[in-house]
Each structure stands twice: as C-alpha cells, then as structure tokens.
Ligand binder design. Structure first.
Ligand SMILES: Cc1cc2nc3c(=O)[nH]c(=O)nc-3n(C[C@H](O)[C@H](O)[C@H](O)COP(=O)(O)OP(=O)(O)OC[C@H]3O[C@@H](n4cnc5c(N)ncnc54)[C@H](O)[C@@H]3O)c2cc1C
Length: 363
C-alpha cells in the first residue's frame, strides 16, 4: 500500500519561489511540505546570480508591496555590490548604465531561503521528486501527499503545471553559465549581437570569480547554445574546460491563468520573469510571498485562492507585460546585426536605462 501523508499546503520545488511561498504559508500557521528533487537545495548553480538592489526594484515595480522586507538579504549573500551595468552593442560600442545590484552565490542564497521556510515550520524533503499530480494528490516514489492546496514552484518545465492543465511559456530560451576564477573588473557586462542571438551574453563579477554565461532565443540561433558559449569564452580570452550548467528561461511573459481549482503556479513555472533581461529571482520572491499568504488564507480562513492571482497581477503584472512588448520589438532587430546596432545607437543610454527597468521605450 502507498503511504499517504496529509498536509495543508504541498509545494513542489525549493527554488526562491517555492521556499518563499513555504515560509509565508507556514508563518500563518498552515502545515507545509516542500518537495525538492535535487539532493541539495540550489546546487548545482544554473543562474547568472545577479540581484537588483531594493531601490531598483521599487522603481521597476512601483505597485509591489513589502519590498524592504522581501529584499532584506543578509550581507554574506552579497558577493560584490555594483552600481553600473556595461552594455555592449554588436560592434562593441558600450554604454555604462547606472543600475544598483549585487552578485550572490545562488546555492547559498537558495539554501538560506529554504532554511527560513524550515524555521517558520515547513517540512523540507530534498532528493524527493514529484512524479505526478492529480487533483489534490501529489505523488512521489515514497508516498502520496494529499494537500488542501498544491503549489507548483517547479521551474520553467513545471510538471505540476503540465499535469493540472496550465499553459506553459511559449518562448523557453536555453541559457548556460559557468563560474570562472580570476580577478574581473567590478562591472557587470552584457553583450548583444551574434555572440548570443535573440538574448545576451554576460560576465558578472563576484569576489575572486565571475559568473560567465549566455542565453539565446532558439528561433535566431544557428547552433546549440553550448557552441555560442565556447565562442564567447574564446572572445573573452577565458580558458576553461569545466562544463557549463544550463536551464531554460521563460521569456514570453506570465501565463494566462495561475490558479486552477485548489492549485497555483508561481515563479518560472508561471512565467513570472522580466523578459528584457531574464531576471526572475526578484519576481519569484515577491510572488512566492503572495502565493504563501494566499494559500494559508485559503486553508485557514476559507478565502478564495484566486486572491493570489488578483494580487500578484496588481503588484507586478504591468511592468512584466511592458518588458514582453519591448522584447517583442527587440525581436524585430535580432535577425540583423546592422538593425540591432542601429536600434541600440538610436536608443542611447537614456532609453537603454528605461528598457532594462521594464519601462516603455517608445512614447
Ligand atoms: C543561466 C541562467 C541565468 C539566470 N540568471 C539570472 C540572474 O542573474 N538574475 C535573476 O534574477 N534571474 C536569473 N535567471 C532566472 C532565475 O534563475 C529564475 O527566474 C529563478 O530561479 C526562478 O525561481 P523558481 O523558484 O521559480 O524556479 P527554480 O529556481 O528553477 O526552482 C525550481 C525548483 O524546483 C525543483 N523541481 C523541479 N521539478 C521538480 C519535481 N518534479 N519534483 C521536485 N522538485 C522539482 C528544481 O530542482 C528547482 O530546485 C537565470 C536563469 C538561467 C537559466
């Protein structure tokens, strides 16, 4: 007989979205179980590890609430603080755009968030994969979990989403990253053009390291993402035989519905990413908190779970939608180096500044 465990809230995935949702559901008194298929939360790292400063997030998402506490991340998780991003055009013209942020160690970052969830009372099971979800029952090889609310925080290829009838991002962009030892200039760099068709390549400095990587759009690429990455390493004069780690970034914006019945999706599973730069950690933290609060309100107070959908859309949807429109405009240039060079020159620093902050670039 299959063992059956009953909980208020079952969460699949202990990334930033899942752990934050778990913490906030548990803080309100719900019983919470998080399943993470990887043996160790956050490892291996598949991320550029760049986090915007809280003041930047306040500017990007003016309707979002509780940002000071959401972005109160301890200092040991700030590897290198920066106040400018250097953006390169295909012809290597560059603009230094003021933008505050820091690089982090994503494995430690995710482990910190998971530890907060556990401290709040959630149970975390690592090395346990969800193999399917049907209605309220989450299956694993070890047991079935019967939950009053099921949260899919299982990333861009969300199995929870697939099993429960949600749509998926229509633009999943492959991205890879590698930690490279050395002393790098303390300025995050982003490279556009044939180095990373339809996306960009980056060098994000950390203490004694840099996170080097790139993401591409499949419809503009002529070869596998790994080959673009090898070429980029050569361009930067980086000699490394280590294998980069990769994943998809959902770039078509939030999915249409993020609540169905007694389930919800959050983070990459829901497409909650800034399409102009692929940044998803901040949005996962914000929406994760809203998801956890809504889940516990549904279980403990009988409030509708759709409150989650209404609130995250009120707080962050508009800038995410603007970013999708800007990405769509950019896609008309990505097919031609010349058009992209021209477009970046016309935009200039002032409009690039707006673009990376999810603001409209056209009047
Ligand atoms: C190469 C790359 C670079 C990036 N760089 C940045 C950056 O610099 N800054 C930024 O803000 N964003 C960046 N992003 C995006 C960012 O990583 C994501 O938006 C963010 O991780 C979303 O968090 P999440 O919790 O929704 O999903 P994830 O972090 O993907 O977490 C999902 C978790 O679910 C687990 N899981 C999946 N399926 C199952 C299952 N069936 N059972 C149990 N567990 C499961 C996974 O193991 C994983 O731990 C980058 C993405 C990539 C691919």
């Amino acid at each position: 007989m299959v063992k059956v465990v009953k909980v208020d809230v079952a969460i699949v995935g202990a990334g930033p979205a899942g752990s934050t949702a778990a913490e906030h559901a548990a803080l309100k008194g719900a019983s919470v179980l998080i399943l993470e298929k990887r043996p160790q939360v956050g490892s291996p790292v598949r991320c550029g590890e760049f986090m915007p400063a809280v003041d930047e997030m306040k500017g990007i998402l003016p309707n979002a609430t509780e940002l000071d506490s959401i972005f109160d991340i301890p200092n040991y998780l700030h590897s290198l603080t920066t106040d400018v991003i250097r953006i390169y055009s295909p012809k290597m013209r560059h603009w230094d755009v003021p933008f505050g942020g820091y690089t982090t160690d994503r494995d430690l970052f995710d482990q910190y968030l998971a530890s907060r969830a556990v401290k709040a009372g959630a149970e975390l099971r690592t090395g346990l994969e969800c193999t399917g979800v049907k209605g309220s029952v989450v299956s694993t090889p070890e047991m079935d979990i019967e939950a009053k609310v099921v949260i899919g925080a299982d990333g861009p290829l969300s199995m929870v989403g697939k099993n429960l009838g949600y749509t998926r991002s229509t633009d999943l962009c492959p991205a890879v990253t590698l930690q490279v030892k050395g002393d790098f200039e303390p300025v995050p760099e982003m490279y556009f053009g044939t180095v990373a068709p339809g996306g960009y390549a980056w060098v994000l400095p950390k203490k004694g390291f840099a996170n080097v990587g790139l993401g591409v759009a499949r419809r503009f690429s002529k070869m596998p993402v790994g080959e673009y990455f090898d070429k980029f390493l050569k361009l930067k004069g980086i000699d490394s035989t280590d294998q980069p780690m990769g994943k998809f970034v959902p770039m078509s914006g939030p999915i249409k519905r993020t609540v169905i019945g007694n389930s919800l999706l959050v983070g990459d599973a829901a497409g909650q990413v800034m399409a102009v730069n692929g940044g998803g950690i901040p949005i996962a933290l914000i929406c994760g908190r809203i998801a956890g609060q809504a889940a516990s309100n549904a279980v403990l107070k009988g409030l509708p779970l759709t409150a989650y959908e209404a609130r995250w859309r009120r707080e962050v949807y508009k800038p995410l939608r603007t970013a999708v429109h800007t990405k769509w405009l950019a896609n008309t240039c990505f097919g031609s180096q010349w058009r992209l060079e021209m477009a970046m020159s016309l935009l200039g620093q002032r409009r690039i500044n707006k673009l990376i902050r999810c603001k409209p670039v056209l009047p």
